[in-house]
Design a protein around this ligand. Structure first.
Ligand SMILES: C[S@@+](CC[C@H](N)C(=O)[O-])C[C@H]1O[C@@H](n2cnc3c(N)ncnc32)[C@H](O)[C@@H]1O
Length: 322
């Protein structure tokens, strides 16, 4: 598609909440933005701009005074930026949320939204190395300024590190065998590409190869992008960043992310008293849950957009007074 058409499309979409055609279909769009309870002149953050679907929906509910700061660590996202002076795109990891907002002169906001994981665009761009469908270098970096790639993980991590990643991040049934096999094979050949990687492991695949490699790739992607570490750091900044009464809405796509969000919203900490008997259980959690149960996509949305099937939305609000 030509640049000119891209630009035209960007302008047409200025105030529309429609998807940025082909880039990404926003998931739980209305539910998540409704959940922010937008004040038209408020200041909001979209931690995961991507194709800008959620950002455009937020902008459509803001007046001229309203402001939106959007984060995305992937340089490709900037092509979707609407021509609107109320939005500023910050090409950084959302783990540095407060730092970059402060640089923009913002200390407190009315709402924060995050729609985690990778965009369809990232999956569909063969060269990015996220998808098992294409052959490319093992890359999987959302931020291409970062050094660590999936190649480094596969070719330099120890057997026990690999085992842990595949078990914890991918729930791969034979993660121990997989780690052992990788270490064995890489002594003989460099596992540079997706095809080389898949071929080398062909004989140890368990069950449906498509599902198997999807789990293996998920694990590598989470490790390469330190997705859980970034999420934890971002969540820890939310209670101080939100104004009293401000809201946070987070959409997750697998149980590891969802568990972190659920526990943090419930307890205001990642530690549990069983894990650490010395944590201060009397400290007040500044967040309160807006919905006890996560909000799931409707059947209709799941049918129209199969990628939404695993999505879960959780919303919390900062107490007015602690
Ligand atoms: C699921 S997509 C978001 C789609 C977006 N809500 C939309 O409607 O188009 C996730 C986006 O967040 C970005 N992302 C993921 N983790 C990030 C992080 N830790 N910091 C900054 N951006 C991140 C990815 O690069 C990707 O573009």
């Amino acid at each position: 598609m030509g640049k000119k058409r891209d630009n035209e499309k960007r302008n047409d979409a200025k105030h529309s909440s429609e998807e940025q055609d082909g880039y990404h279909i926003p998931v739980l769009l209305k539910e998540s933005v409704d959940g922010l309870n937008i004040s038209p002149d408020g200041t909001y953050v979209d931690c995961t701009f991507g194709g800008g679907g959620h950002s455009r929906e937020i902008l459509s509910r803001l007046n001229e005074q309203g402001r939106l700061f959007a984060f995305d660590q992937d340089a490709a996202a900037k092509d979707n930026l609407p021509d609107d002076k109320r939005i500023e795109l910050i090409q950084q990891n959302f783990r540095h949320l407060q730092r970059f907002l402060r640089l923009a002169g913002v200390n407190a906001v009315d709402g924060v939204l995050a729609d985690l994981g990778v965009s369809s665009h990232q999956f569909d761009e063969a060269d990015r190395g996220f998808s098992t469908r294409f052959n490319a270098n093992l890359d999987m970096r959302m931020d291409q300024r970062q050094e660590l790639t999936a190649y480094d993980v596969v070719n330099t991590y120890s057997e026990s590190q690999l085992h842990k990643i595949f078990e914890q991040y991918g729930e791969v049934t034979n993660s121990k065998t997989l780690a052992k096999k990788i270490v064995e094979v890489r002594k003989l050949t460099s596992l540079k590409t997706i095809d080389a990687f898949k071929t080398a492991l062909r004989e140890i695949v368990k069950g449906n190869p498509h599902k198997y490699f999807a789990q293996v790739f998920q694990a590598l992607r989470i490790e390469v992008n330190d997705e859980l570490g970034a999420l934890k750091e971002m969540l820890q900044q939310i209670p101080t960043l939100l104004k009293p009464g401000g809201r946070v809405a987070i959409i997750t796509f697998h149980s590891l992310e969802d568990r972190l969000v659920k526990n943090f919203f419930r307890r205001g900490t990642f530690e549990t008293p069983d894990e650490n008997p010395f944590i201060n259980t009397t400290s007040v959690n500044e967040l309160i849950l807006v919905n006890k149960k996560p909000i799931l996509p409707s059947e209709d949305e799941q049918k129209k957009n199969p990628r939404s099937r695993s999505a879960k939305l959780r919303i919390a609000e900062k107490r007015m007074m602690v």
